[in-house]
Write a protein that binds this ligand. Structure first.
Ligand SMILES: CC(=O)CC(=O)SCCNC(=O)CCNC(=O)[C@H](O)C(C)(C)COP(=O)(O)OP(=O)(O)OC[C@H]1O[C@@H](n2cnc3c(N)ncnc32)[C@H](O)[C@@H]1OP(=O)(O)O
Ligand SMILES: NC(=O)C1=CN([C@@H]2O[C@H](COP(=O)(O)OP(=O)(O)OC[C@H]3O[C@@H](n4cnc5c(N)ncnc54)[C@H](OP(=O)(O)O)[C@@H]3O)[C@@H](O)[C@H]2O)C=CC1
Length: 292
């Protein structure tokens, strides 16, 4: 374990929950914050359920699960995060939302605390400049689902100090994850490559080249991907996919990153994938049914 003892997490969605899960299992005290108390409680219940699956498959002892869940505390106010040595922001992929959080959070934090973001795409340098601690700000980008995926991308902003980088490296190692370092360019490494592939799959659907089922089957069986690209888009969240494509399009000014109009339409409909029970598949029944 690194010198970090208490980790604050902002956003109790799928990523914040997953990060809390692995931090608690690694022995950290976790403070989980979200806009509403109800959202945090739902997040903790999901973590507990995911750990129970690990117990059921023999990967975890129930005693360890209970102790880990006991290390996750609900942070009802942002000021509760003042006890944290490291705060990881995993709120919605929207720059204005993240900026607003930092403006409220920074005056409440321990001056020595490291502030990290789990952003999928947004410039670390630009986000850091909105805080009082650009030298102690860094991108720690986990992959979804966090308890299962081995990789973490570390992204330094222009001002990130070596001490912050080393502390982040030690923290990632303590979670038994493998890290890669990415330069601070739009969407970093994984999403620079993955999201245009997903966007292209949506164009393939939009242009009628194949149905949802045909496209996903083609990539699962033809390229050995564990999930088809449309299934994966639903899993990531279509709002997050669209935000990442917009960051790529704006940041690299290249039309090859133009978000597919069909992706925009699904997001405008509020069909965001798994989290709203409808996206390229409808999840409201027993088995997912393609929506096109
Ligand atoms: C957008 C970004 O910024 C970056 C990103 O994250 S991009 C997304 C990256 N992620 C991917 O590409 C995921 C691709 N999909 C996969 O790898 C697999 O489909 C998957 C691991 C998610 C599920 O695998 P699967 O074999 O289809 O399903 P399933 O059998 O249910 O799960 C496999 C194991 O993972 C576990 N698991 C799945 N989700 C879990 C979760 N949230 N928490 C804990 N365990 C979980 C299951 O319990 C199961 O464990 P056992 O083998 O011990 O039973
Ligand atoms: N989905 C993925 O596969 C991956 C996502 N990421 C990144 O992780 C971050 C979170 O994504 P993800 O977990 O998928 O998104 P979710 O939509 O599942 O969760 C986001 C959470 O943030 C909450 N939130 C919104 N505004 C605030 C705020 N002002 N203060 C506190 N909490 C807030 C949301 O609450 P509410 O629901 O009430 O709005 C929600 O609970 C994003 O930056 C995303 O790009 C990184 C890797 C993979």
């Amino acid at each position: 374990m690194s010198s970090i003892e208490t980790v604050g997490i902002i956003g109790a969605g799928q990523m914040g929950g997953g990060i809390a899960h692995v931090c608690a299992l690694a022995g950290y005290q976790v403070l989980l914050y979200d806009i509403s108390g109800e959202r945090i409680e739902k997040g903790i219940a999901t973590i507990s359920g995911n750990m129970a699956r690990q117990v059921a498959s023999g990967k975890l002892e129930d005693k360890v699960r209970q102790e880990a869940v006991g290390r996750i505390a609900k942070a009802s106010e942002l000021s509760d995060l003042s006890a944290a040595d490291l705060v990881i922001e995993a709120a919605t992929e929207d720059e204005a939302t993240k900026r607003k959080i930092y403006a409220q959070l920074c005056p409440l934090l321990n001056p020595e605390a490291i502030l990290a973001t789990n952003t999928s795409s947004i410039s670390i340098t630009r986000l850091a400049a909105q805080t009082d601690r650009p030298e102690r700000f860094i991108g720690i980008h986990f992959m979804n689902p966090v308890p299962v995926m081995n990789l973490v991308e570390l992204v330094r902003g222009i001002a990130t100090e070596d001490h912050t980088f080393e502390a982040a490296k030690g923290f990632v190692a303590s979670l038994h994850k493998t890290l890669t370092v990415s330069e601070d360019f739009p969407a970093f490494i994984v999403n620079r490559i993955l999201l245009p592939m997903i966007n292209e799959a949506i164009y393939t659907l939009y242009e009628g080249v194949g149905t949802v089922e045909a496209i996903d089957t083609a990539m699962k069986l033809g390229a050995n991907h564990p999930m088809g690209p449309l299934q994966l888009a639903d899993f990531i969240g279509l709002d997050t996919c669209l935000s990442i494509m917009q960051v790529l399009h704006d940041g690299l000014s290249d039309s090859k990153y133009r978000p597919c109009p069909l992706l925009v339409k699904y997001v405008e409909a509020g069909w965001l994938g798994r989290k709203t029970n409808r996206g390229f598949y409808d999840y409201r029944g027993e088995t997912p049914v393609p929506t096109r």
